[in-house]
Design a protein around this ligand. Sequence first.
Ligand SMILES: CC(C)(COP(=O)(O)OP(=O)(O)OC[C@H]1O[C@@H](n2cnc3c(N)ncnc32)[C@H](O)[C@@H]1OP(=O)(O)O)[C@@H](O)C(=O)NCCC(=O)NCCS
Length: 329
Amino acid sequence: MDIFDELQAKIQGQKVSLVFPEGQDERVVQAALDLAAADLVAPILLGSEAQVAAAAAGRSLAAVTIIDPATVAESEQAAMIETIVERRNGKTDEATAQRWLQDVNYFGTVLVEMGQAEGLVSGATHPTGDTVRPALQLIKTAPGSKRISGAFFMQKGQQRFVFADCAININLDAQTMAEVAVQSVATAQLFGLDPKVALLSFSTKGSARGDMVDKVQEATALAKEMAPALADRIDGELQFDAAINQTVAAAKAPDSSIAGEANVFIFPSLEAGNIAYKVAQRLGDFEAYGPILQGLAKPVSDLSRGASQQDVYQVAIITAAQALAARGE
Ligand SMILES: CC(C)(COP(=O)(O)OP(=O)(O)OC[C@H]1O[C@@H](n2cnc3c(N)ncnc32)[C@H](O)[C@@H]1OP(=O)(O)O)[C@@H](O)C(=O)NCCC(=O)NCCS
């Protein structure tokens, strides 16, 4: 079964509400209308009625909610400002909060923070930072995480893997690498994987030395401490071949509980993770879905500015599945 068929089966009829701040963008509006028509998501589009109607190109808007930030009631605006100031804990004053609300990404993020939407999908016309920053400042990380990260779900036929961090943390220390490993377990489960997590290096179980190897060893120990129930599902430091190939694993890491069968790969730097997913995609013919932001208290997804209507549709399905999983927590 295709992974999107599986995710759609989970979210269909669940009325997961997602806010799309870019309600003036045709790709976003068309995808939102398709999602509503298939009963996969309850979309909230930000923009004026006229902007959304123009992007809808004649299709009925009956199945979506439209909120125009420019005409929102004063009492509602006051509540939103209060939410920002409260969440910022002394770092942001009322005047700044009011200014932030002029930005659709902040406006949408506040709706999520206030519980009026369960997740947010943006980035079709905004750079990554503008989509992600409001979430970091207002939604913040889930308990257990200090840093968020960005994973890619990689698929070719029945081969399914999770790669992380490929998108967010430019300076990955041992603590963050450990958090990425634990966060990636939830992402792998979202995609139906039975997670076996390898923390990767150029060394396997002490075969090489140096600060970079020490970092991955420390991260492995920290990850096991953070998630004791998963301790035998997480291992490192492993080279990629030892992580994925049984023969190499038998030679290099015979005592490892996951070597040779890992399906979640945690990279020791953003460079390694970002390059690896693109190599798998371009040379290995894997489909790459992401970045899937993990470690946030509520799901927010960043589209690429080159995203197609189909990409928006798929990212929204993943975001809704994350939101549905969060309902159960
Ligand atoms: C994620 C990112 C957009 C944050 O950008 P930023 O706004 O410049 O970050 P700042 O350092 O100013 O931090 C803003 C807030 O977010 C928080 N933050 C930053 N990175 C974070 C992370 N990874 N996890 C959790 N919180 C984070 C900061 O603590 C800060 O919070 P505060 O305002 O409450 O103090 C930035 O790290 C980034 O651009 N990362 C790389 C993205 C990239 O180029 N990827 C390439 C492949 S897609």
